[in-house]
Ligand binder design. Structure first.
Ligand code: MRU
Length: 345
């Protein structure tokens, strides 16, 4: 394992999936046993596992378990019986394209398989998992190269080991840049309403020996005006063909403020998060979640009794506000539709 990288959240063990329950972090470390499609779907929808690459990997292992069950009950018809499992997994969360990407990749494999499918499907799910970690390590290297020493960075949500197969996208760059002494401080937005920054990013970076200061999202302008940070570094759930970036709600605010103060804005995401079929960010489906996520905290109502809430959980940052998109295939500076083509040619 490279330095500053110890956190793991997804394991295939004893013929089933094990997920670290991210709803309970950082105060409790509880591993859940996931053994079938319903449990896989619930884990993705209920945020046991979250982060675009991590839910894609989870769905891939979910398909292994679905195929095993369907093949055991009907060795002749398992391919048609598994269809509804696939569609449900594909739609479990709508914004992250990694889900559909992983389901499509598994589907291509089982369309070719003859006889018992589980061995080959498990091999593919493991490959998806391992390739994600390798991509993150490579992106960490590429992204760290862009950072001039002497300043801090700000990150949003959690785009770390917990959100991926391991190492992380935005946090992979931060891990590598910290190791190379290219950043001198890490700031993390607390990230309402799920507090992925306060609960997950701060926990995983501190576990790995990287000091982290939390800021409320409203502090972004003051932080950037103070001159303390050189880059905002975030992940993405889906990048459109023109370079528009969907990511956790509040990301676009940061990009706008960063441009005003001359702070650079970096998006770190594997090619599996890039969607050539999505012409621009306007067409990316944005997940809306229950308003109670805003009105309550830890199950306790905090908002005024009759208050309502609007809860879109992702936003779209226009490509023109992005200084660099770092993928494992290429680093695209000042992205646009033409430059993005290098990812798909
Ligand atoms: O709602 P979440 O926690 O799944 O949102 C996650 C994010 O927005 C991440 O930044 C994104 O998935 C990239 S993870 C490498």
């Amino acid at each position: 394992m490279p330095p500053y990288d110890t956190v793991i959240a997804i394991k295939w063990q004893d013929n089933h999936l094990k997920l670290l329950d991210q709803r309970l972090l950082p105060h409790q470390l509880v591993w859940l046993d996931i053994r079938n499609t319903d449990e896989t779907l619930a884990a993705i929808r209920d945020m046991v596992v979250r982060g675009a690459p991590a839910i894609g990997i989870t769905a891939a292992y979910g398909i292994v378990m679905a195929a095993r069950a369907q093949y055991a009950s009907s060795p002749r018809d398992w391919r048609s019986l598994i269809r509804s499992d696939l569609e449900q997994l594909r739609d479990a969360r709508p914004t992250a394209v990694n889900l559909a990407w992983a389901v499509d990749r598994m589907e291509r494999v089982f369309n070719q398989v003859n006889g018992e499918p589980v061995t080959r499907l498990l091999q593919e799910a493991r490959a998806i998992h391992e390739e994600d970690i390798a991509a993150n390590q490579h992106m960490g290297e590429l992204g760290a190269e862009l950072i001039l020493p002497g300043k801090g960075v700000l990150t949003h949500c959690n785009a770390g080991s917990l959100a991926t197969g391991g190492y992380g996208t935005a946090l992979g760059v931060i891990r590598r840049a910290w190791q190379k002494k290219r950043i001198d401080a890490v700031y993390a937005d607390e990230t309402r309403p799920w507090l992925q920054g306060a609960r997950l990013t701060a926990w995983e970076l501190i576990e790995d020996g990287i000091p982290t200061s939390l800021v409320v999202e409203g502090a972004a302008s003051a932080l950037m005006a103070s001159g303390r940070i050189g880059w905002v570094i975030v992940g993405s759930d889906r990048i459109a063909a023109n370079g528009d970036v969907a990511n956790k709600i509040g990301t676009c605010n940061l990009a706008i403020i960063a441009r005003y103060y001359g702070v650079k804005f970096m998006v770190v995401a594997p090619v599996s998060s890039c969607d050539p079929a999505m012409p621009s960010g306007n067409e990316i489906p944005i997940e809306g979640r229950d308003s109670n996520e805003i009105l309550s905290l830890s199950g306790q109502r905090i908002a005024a009794q009759k208050a309502t809430a609007w809860n879109p959980v992702f936003d779209v940052t226009p490509a023109e506000l992005v200084d660099a998109i770092v993928t494992e295939k290429a680093v695209i500076t000042r992205p646009d539709r033409v430059k993005m083509k290098v990812l798909w040619d």
